[in-house]
Design a protein around this ligand. Structure first.
Ligand SMILES: [Zn+2]
Length: 341
């Protein structure tokens, strides 16, 4: 976490100048400016990290709007469509249909989707990075569309903070290019123990735990390297640089949710103590708003937290060794031990 808030500044509209980096003068001045800006909280890291839980808990605060995995927004509306946490399809949900109408006053959703395919995802990173270095028009336009989408969501919700839990670090990099006089972007790097991740993404004999789209199954070694490369890129892009960054281990969050929520509250400058209080008293936290992307947790009326321990009993030794052999060095750096717990 960085007390001062150095920021990336996008070059002016129509300019071909490279995007450049500027450091803030002091933290109080930056905090003052932050009050007048739209805040984006981006939950970043590997898939299957428990981001939906964090997303819905933060979204229960009255000043925060939780969107789910916003990167897939164009899919929300395509038939058969995604179902919103309010129970309606995105096209019928008054919130998301309003967002679409508002956004499309500036640009068709298709354009945002095209830019998503071009500039987001791990493989797109060299192109995106180079586009930022050289200030290409296509990249600047995509960053502007992303900003317009955040504005549309903020207008529809009437809230000053929007959470996107898409997790892709390359999308997070795009957010860092938003103009700093209008947007205050903060990153929560959510890390889950890689062995829990392996248990979650690898097909098991009982068929449990996996969505149909994951069933084709990539080799375990590829999965382990996915975990390592995504988390490493996240750390490189956001932890040591000019961004506001907080790293959170999923296991710490489920073990001591109220403590970790207070830490997140300090990081965001938002009082999360009432949510922390509910959790510490064992009370369920009601799910608020309209969440579309993310796991099925969003359809619950309320959330309670349970520890993530099933993998410790059931992860096959082969997967355990594959993960530790390939990615254990990074797991150690995040404070995990060879023997789980
Ligand atoms: Zn809805």
């Amino acid at each position: 976490m960085h007390e001062t808030a150095p920021v990336l500044v996008a070059s002016g509209e129509g300019s071909t100048a490279p995007l450049r980096t500027r450091r803030g003068a002091n933290s109080s001045k930056n905090e003052e400016r932050a009050k007048n800006r739209l805040r984006v909280v981006y939950i970043v890291g590997s898939v299957r990290s428990g981001s939906t839980l964090l997303d819905v808990l933060l979204g229960s605060h009255p000043d925060i709007h939780s969107t789910g995995e916003l990167a897939r927004i164009s899919k929300y509306y395509e038939p058969p469509g995604y179902r919103c946490s309010c129970g309606k399809g995105a096209s019928e949900c008054p919130f998301w249909s309003g967002v679409l109408q508002d956004f499309e006053r500036t640009s068709p959703l298709q354009e945002l989707n095209r830019g998503w395919r071009r500039f987001e995802g791990f493989r797109a990173f060299p192109r995106t990075w180079w586009g930022a270095r050289t200030g290409t028009r296509a990249l600047r336009e995509q960053v502007a569309r992303l900003g317009e989408m955040i504005r549309s969501i903020a207008r529809a919700s009437g809230k000053g903070t929007v959470i996107d839990s898409s997790k892709d670090p390359v999308r997070g990099f795009l957010y860092s290019l938003l103009p700093s006089d209008a947007f205050d972007v903060r990153y929560i790097h959510l890390v889950r123990d890689g062995r829990g991740f392996m248990f979650s993404v690898t097909a098991r004999p009982d068929g449990a735990g996996l969505g149909q789209r994951h069933k084709k199954g990539r080799p375990a070694a590829v999965r382990a390297l996915e975990w390592a490369s995504t988390n490493l890129l996240t750390s490189i892009l956001f932890a040591g640089g000019d961004t506001q960054y907080l790293r959170l281990r999923y296991e710490d969050f489920v073990a001591q949710p109220s403590l970790e929520l207070r830490r997140i509250g300090t990081f965001l400058g938002t009082d999360l103590s009432s949510i922390a209080e509910d959790l510490s008293q064992g009370r369920a936290v009601p799910i608020a708003g309209h969440i579309v992307g993310g796991n099925r947790l969003r359809f619950n009326a309320a959330v309670i937290i349970q520890p993530d321990t099933e993998w410790q009993r059931r992860l096959p030794a082969r997967l355990d060794w594959t993960f530790w052999g390939l990615a254990g060095w990074l797991a150690l750096a995040y404070g995990y031990h060879r023997t789980a717990g």
